[in-house]
Design a binder for this molecule. Structure first.
Ligand code: 13P
Length: 249
């Protein structure tokens, strides 16, 4: 099964509009020759508009980092799915562990957001992953199963990319080994096949957590690792370009 590689930058709360423009000017030129990878940039909300402008006609995909589950109304500070479509977003990240941890998002909230985003045709990067405590207690697979089953409750996997991001590897410099990543990805794929049959083979599963130019090649060499969701190493043009141009094993 050939799954098209998917490499996404999650800038988190970084970059002003002018920093966004500077990055994209250099980046767009540097990846011009890349035709066989889906390249995705998720800047903060405030940079979406300027990024959409810059990315027009490049084939590089624009994503938002979060969305609210209601269509419109009295929800001060929130952004609706249709607003993201309107500004030129193709994808939205939902359920990132930082949203779950700092903003109290639950599997139920994540499920509502996924449904709301799908309704307006937004594609989804759905994040899951266990904490160190859960891993050490041998609960990794239980946590992944719960997050998948509840997050995708009463929905399908059409237009969904799953990102496996073990919390202990995010921003810590402690990457999962290729073996650890493959083990979790294989489990996630099996679960997808149980839920959705053969379609489970088509779903792209990304790894996230301290991905760097140094470790991307060995991660991408794993059978069930179809791409990466990159935080820190996506903030500099050179390092993100090297990740996008990973070497195939
Ligand atoms: P880092 O690459 O900085 O560890 O962040 C990973 C992440 O959370 C991407 O969504």
């Amino acid at each position: 099964m050939m799954r098209r590689p998917f490499i996404a930058a999650n800038w988190k709360m970084n970059k002003t509009t002018s920093e966004t423009q500077d990055f994209l000017s250099g980046f767009i030129t540097a990846v011009k020759d890349v035709t066989d990878v889906d390249i995705v940039i998720a800047p903060p909300f405030t940079s979406l508009s300027i990024a959409a402008e810059k990315l027009k006609g490049t084939g590089i995909i624009l994503a938002a980092q979060d969305v609210f589950c209601e269509e419109k109304g009295a929800y001060t500070g929130e952004v609706s799915p249709v607003m993201l479509v309107d500004i030129g977003c193709n994808y939205v990240i939902i359920g990132h562990s930082e949203r779950r941890q700092y903003f109290h998002e639950t599997d139920e909230t994540v499920n509502k957001k996924i449904k709301a985003a799908k309704k307006v045709g937004l594609k989804i990067i759905f994040c899951i992953g266990e904490s160190l405590e859960e891993r050490e207690a041998g609960k990794t697979f239980d946590v992944l199963q719960r997050q998948i089953d509840k997050g995708l409750y009463e929905t399908d996997t059409e237009d969904i990319v799953i990102a496996y991001e073990p919390i202990w590897a995010i921003g810590t410099g402690k990457t999962a080994t290729p073996e650890q990543a493959q083990e979790a990805h294989a489990y996630i794929r099996e679960r997808q096949k149980i839920l959705y049959g053969n379609k489970g083979n088509e779903i792209r599963i990304l790894y996230g957590g301290s991905v760097t130019p140094e470790n991307i090649d060995s991660l991408m060499a794993c059978k069930d690792v179809d791409g990466a969701l990159v935080g820190g190493a996506s903030l500099k043009v050179d390092s993100f370009v090297r990740i996008v141009k990973f070497k195939k094993g």
